[in-house]
Design a protein around this ligand. Structure first.
Ligand code: NAG
Length: 214
């Protein structure tokens, strides 16, 4: 018979991991970059060793380099970049867009996103799951705010004349990003091309081309 102590330990461990993000029972849990334990979130640094810079990040005044095939760049400030965010269910990112630059369709599996346009004109949209595949789309100007609900596929595109900048606030210290094209055509190892031929109504040559592009 299995050792009941083992199950108790497992239960206590899983409970503590759930509590690590679900309920805040301490002022903070600054991520300890040296700790290698894989918990639901990052392990806490000894509060006595925490310093002011654990709650600080500098760099969002710097424009991201948009010289890339999609013409946009996300500069994330998640728990990895700002250890003080650990367990606090919030994070932020700066997004830069070259003219006609696109932040391609993607989803954040763990976060709702509130996007604020700081500069320029952005077309934004998301697609719902219920009702299925309803597309909400809008053009935003400087100062406009838009919300992308948790998990839904969304995108932005610069439709103004110049560079555009937005700030995204996300309801997770570690929102996760799944970019649809990359996940489907650029996985490691590849999804079998026959699966993609069927899924996307494409011929094999096109699937192979797309797989070479991602
Ligand atoms: C931006 O990225 C491109 C492509 O990687 C690179 O050639 C260029 O030097 C970068 N520009 C700056 C200012 O870092």
């Amino acid at each position: 018979m299995a050792n009941p102590l083992f199950f108790l330990t497992l239960l206590a461990l899983s409970l503590s991991l759930v509590l690590a993000t679900a309920i805040t029972i301490q002022d903070f849990c600054v991520a300890d970059s040296k700790e290698k334990v894989l918990a639901n979130g990052l392990a806490c640094k000894d509060p006595k060793l925490v310093e002011v810079n654990d709650f600080f990040f500098s760099g969002l005044h710097i424009a991201g380099n948009t010289t890339n095939p999609v013409g946009s760049k996300v500069t994330p400030v998640f728990a990895t970049q700002l250890p003080g965010l650990n367990t606090l269910d919030i994070s932020i990112a700066r997004i830069d867009y070259a003219p006609w630059g696109t932040n391609p369709p993607h989803t954040h599996p763990r976060a709702t996103e509130v996007l604020t346009v700081l500069q320029g004109t952005l077309e934004v949209g998301f697609v719902t799951s219920n009702p299925e595949n309803l597309h909400f789309r809008k053009v935003l100007q400087t100062g406009d705010v838009f919300v992308f609900p948790t998990g839904l596929i969304h995108y932005q595109r610069n439709v103004g004349n110049g560079h555009a900048v937005a700030i995204a606030a996300l309801s997770s210290q570690n929102p996760g990003v799944i970019t649809i094209g990359n996940a489907v055509f650029g996985s490691t190892p590849d999804i079998d091309s026959d699966v993609l031929v069927t899924a996307f109504h494409l011929d094999k040559t096109t699937v192979n081309y797309l797989q070479s592009k991602f």
